[in-house]
Design a protein around this ligand. Structure first.
Ligand code: KG4
Ligand code: ZN
Length: 363
């Protein structure tokens, strides 16, 4: 591989069709173009992502998005040194579109092909157009599909420390938004509504150790709709049918909605912080090499409260906070190209029969 490496990255795992050109030189990743074709218009009427529509929209949008990424970077396909694509995790039909395009380009241009893990790429987002990260580091991915914490031994070696046993935090934001009558995508809507509410209005019970969010979702549902009527423990489930839920104690006014959004957001963020804190304590107790940085990526890393809490966490422990800049939090192809470039620089490449996978290989 040359001393300076230019790579095209493609991202089609869910509802963004994205392409980017990134350059790696002297261990620095420079973003030369970053194009994202959002599909919000396609899925918004359904209140969430419709997989079949997503893959069709990727098919229609990918080629123009690639053309723009190449033009914006002021380069040509022939000048690229490698092609990278997110091959897992994601919606399988959507992943197939990006993977097939990347393989065709790599084959026709005679360049190396790299299929990268989208979850690992979210942690590369924090070092795009920035200094390399001091290692070892804690790496936290907070997205629509993942809430996972890793020990980053080097840029590409991630040891899993903790992951949610149920829903991801982004999904908890999205489902909470739906309960509060907010449109898709829900995370930014909850954040917006929360700005008008009181975070201490409802004391949700926050899980301490394990990034679990399902209890918080149920608690929010009960605050909105009331607690369901309970049958006696021995009665068949049908016995509860027809009974009315106990109405919520507080009427569902505009002010109440904002209070619930603010309290729910605080509880979700607190649950993330507590999980990281728990893992931190275990690591620092067990090893002499304490992490030197906290790296945060994924769509929920765009949340201001989470950013503030993470900054606080890092400051108290005198470690560096490396949180992805806002444009690179949500799904993008620059992070895919960045991870691909780091692998290509090590001489790695993948075979053209590498298959996309719905799940991440990182546990
Ligand atoms: O990383 P991402 O773009 O896609 C996945 O890999 O899943 O993350 C999307 C998630 C969605 O659940 C979205 O609601 C959430 O990130 N999100 C936010 C914010 N912006 C996006 N959650 C809370 N606050 C935000 N500002
Ligand atoms: Zn993502």
């Amino acid at each position: 591989m040359p001393a300076r490496l230019t790579i095209l990255g493609l991202e089609t795992s869910c509802d963004e069709t994205a392409a980017a050109v990134v350059e790696l030189e002297s261990d620095r990743l420079r973003v030369r173009s970053n194009v994202i074709g959002s599909q919000v218009d396609v899925h918004a009427p359904y209140g969430g992502v419709v997989p079949e529509l997503a893959s069709r929209a990727h098919l229609e949008r990918l080629v123009p998005v690639i053309r723009r990424a190449i033009d914006d970077a002021g380069t040509a396909l022939e000048s690229l040194d490698a092609i990278a694509v997110g091959v897992r995790p994601g919606l399988i039909g959507s992943l197939l579109v990006g993977t097939s395009a990347a393989k065709s380009l790599a084959w026709s241009l005679g360049k190396p092909f790299l299929g990268v893990d989208h979850v690992a790429a979210h942690l590369v987002a924090a070092r795009l157009d920035a200094d390399p990260i001091p290692l070892p580091a804690l790496g936290l991915v907070v997205s629509g599909g993942h809430t996972s914490l890793f020990l980053m031994r080097d840029a590409l070696t991630l040891d899993p420390l903790l992951r949610t046993p149920d829903d991801a935090v982004g999904e908890a934001f999205d489902k909470g938004a739906a309960m509060l009558g907010l449109p898709y995508p829900g995370g930014p809507e909850v954040e917006r509504l929360a700005a008008d509410g009181r975070a201490d209005a409802v004391a949700f019970a926050v899980p301490k150790l394990d990034f679990s969010f399902s209890g918080l979702k149920t608690a929010l549902l009960y605050e909105v709709r009331g607690v369901p009527a309970r049958a006696s423990p021995n009665a068949p489930p049908a016995a509860a049918a027809g009974r009315r839920a106990v109405a919520p104690a507080v009427p569902f006014t505009e002010a109440r909605r904002a209070d619930l959004a603010a309290s729910y957001q605080r509880a979700l963020v607190k649950a993330v912080v507590r999980g990281v804190q728990h893992a931190w304590e275990r690591i620092v107790d067990a090893s002499s090499a304490a992490p030197r940085a906290l790296v945060v990526g994924g769509g929920v890393a765009a949340n201001l409260l989470l950013r503030q809490e993470m900054a606080h966490f890092a400051l108290r422990r005198s470690i560096e906070l490396r949180i992805a800049p806002l444009p690179y939090c949500l799904d993008n192809a620059a992070m895919i190209a960045g991870l691909g470039a780091l692998r290509a620089a090590r001489g790695e490449r993948d075979p053209l029969d590498l298959a996309p996978q719905p799940r991440s290989a990182l546990r």
